[in-house]
Design a protein around this ligand. Structure first.
Ligand SMILES: CC(C)(COP(=O)(O)OP(=O)(O)OC[C@H]1O[C@@H](n2cnc3c(N)ncnc32)[C@H](O)[C@@H]1OP(=O)(O)O)[C@@H](O)C(=O)NCCC(=O)NCCS
Length: 180
């Protein structure tokens, strides 16, 4: 899907190809440096390689129950959204999503477009009835985005996350039904 952003840049949202591995790796490494709202630390991101990202992309391409979409702005991979199944039959109707957009490209509507494309896919999926996610309670912007799409808080793990500065924050679970 091709869009134009308010800053005039061209945005393409599409499934990844193997050749996106390096772009995904660089995006991930930049993001773990600039935000503390991802689960991975910069050190953990540095342990990843182009090969590990190739394998990561392949897990999405070969499994129709999983989704990855990448956001390409001005030919650079600047964000992604994923939907993951647990693999257990009894949880086959549920899937967990994750999203990340680089700071230099944030607040331009990329997150909204990734969420829209992801929900369209989930609504069409034969098994998925419910999408859930986990977000740091201190992440006001992400929570705002999820609420905009009808996600509701359904629980929180107190002190579930210790941020880089040593402070603890709750880990919030949110969900949205995608089938009536
Ligand atoms: C959260 C994130 C995915 C949002 O992506 P984005 O492309 O910036 O999102 P959009 O531009 O589509 O929308 C952002 C919304 O947040 C709002 N917003 C911006 N700053 C905000 C803030 N500090 N508090 C609350 N809302 C805020 C915007 O106004 C916009 O809402 P609107 O459409 O109602 O006006 C992105 O900032 C990100 O990846 N952050 C770092 C990693 C992360 O937090 N990932 C999620 C982990 S659960």
């Amino acid at each position: 899907m091709r869009h134009f952003l308010p800053n005039g840049a061209e945005l393409i949202i599409r499934p990844p190809v193997i050749e996106d591995a390096l772009g995904l790796l660089r995006n991930f490494q930049r993001m773990t440096q600039e935000t503390d709202f991802l689960l991975f630390t910069p050190g953990e991101a540095l342990e990843m390689s182009e090969k590990s990202e190739e394998d990561f992309i392949k897990t999405y391409l070969k499994n129709p129950d999983q989704l990855m979409l990448v956001a390409i702005a001005n030919d650079t991979l600047v964000g992604s959204i994923t939907v993951n199944h647990s693999g257990y039959h009894k949880r086959g109707h549920t899937a967990e999503m994750g999203i990340a957009v680089e700071r230099a490209w944030s607040s331009l509507g990329i997150g909204r477009r990734l969420m829209t494309a992801m929900l369209r896919w989930a609504e069409e999926h034969e098994k998925i009835q419910l999408i859930y996610l986990q977000v740091f309670a201190s992440n006001d912007k992400a929570i705002h985005l999820y609420r905009n799409f009808g996600f509701l808080e359904c629980g929180r793990l107190p002190y579930g996350i210790q941020q880089r500065d040593g402070q603890f924050t709750d880990l919030v679970t949110m969900y949205r039904r995608v089938k009536p």
